[in-house]
Design a protein around this ligand. Sequence first.
Ligand code: SF4
Ligand code: ZN
Length: 313
Amino acid sequence: MKCKRCRNAAAAVDLPSHHSAFCPDCFFVFFRRQVEEGIRKFSLFDSRDRVLVCVSGGKDSLVLWDILMELGYETEGLYIDLGIDGYSDRSREKVLAFAGAREKEPIVVDLRREGVPIPEAARKSRKEECSVCGTVKRYFFNRVAASRGFPVVATGHNLDDETARLLGNLLHWHREHLERQHPLLPESGEGLVRKVKPLWRVSELETAAYGFLKGIDYVTEECPMSEDATSLVYKEALSLIEEKMPGTRSKFYQGFLRGNGKPHEGGRGKGTGRNEAEGREEPVHCSVCGAPTYAETCAFCRLKEMVGKGAAR
Ligand code: SF4
Ligand code: ZN
């Protein structure tokens, strides 16, 4: 099959959802345009913004960092070493190799050094690993962005991730989560940085194809803490529908975004890790670290204290 764009070279990537098939060079053009349109559509950031890109060592985040550099944005990578034996070391290696090849040095936060490696923090706080991981990541996204002057933090969530999340939120009618689901979560005066998902228009397959054709080496294993089997079920269900009706994922998400209007303000809310039990209306500064919080002590510092004490409260 010939490339549908240049009609010259052999097609390497077949994209039924776009009624297209592209050779590698034309696929790069297509992919760049999709990401550019995703950024432009909701004004995620512009060329004056320094973007902090959260990289895990996996395909999506490294592709995100690569394409943002390629599009000429000023970026730095943030790698949070979760302190998971073996997996974290292999992920860190991939991030360092990727960055080194581009004469970059990622900012590294080492959770072992911070006293909260995820497996231990989960065990001692008697919480789920992914919930602890979410609290810790949100904390460092804000802290690193604030201390180093980044106005925006970008993560590598793609169309498959966002539609799986949307389906889950709809099936369970998580209205508060639905309100907050958007490629742009604006900053708030409470010291919370703007968070964006520039890959929201591209599918997992397209991201993987871009990574492969660009020769990006990433960690292929899943995080061993991953137990979120439900999101995989939603992804599989959507893949089945997509196979029969190409383009459904994109229509599903774009239709939702059209109906959902403007992005929800980046203030307090469920799922942000900021709706602390104390019920304050206005945020205050954490009595330990100074981060914005609705409790006297922020969720991160409370977690750290629990880990330090070595027992659940
Ligand atoms: Fe963190 Fe859970 Fe994701 Fe692992 S699977 S990186 S623990 S959120
Ligand atoms: Zn704190």
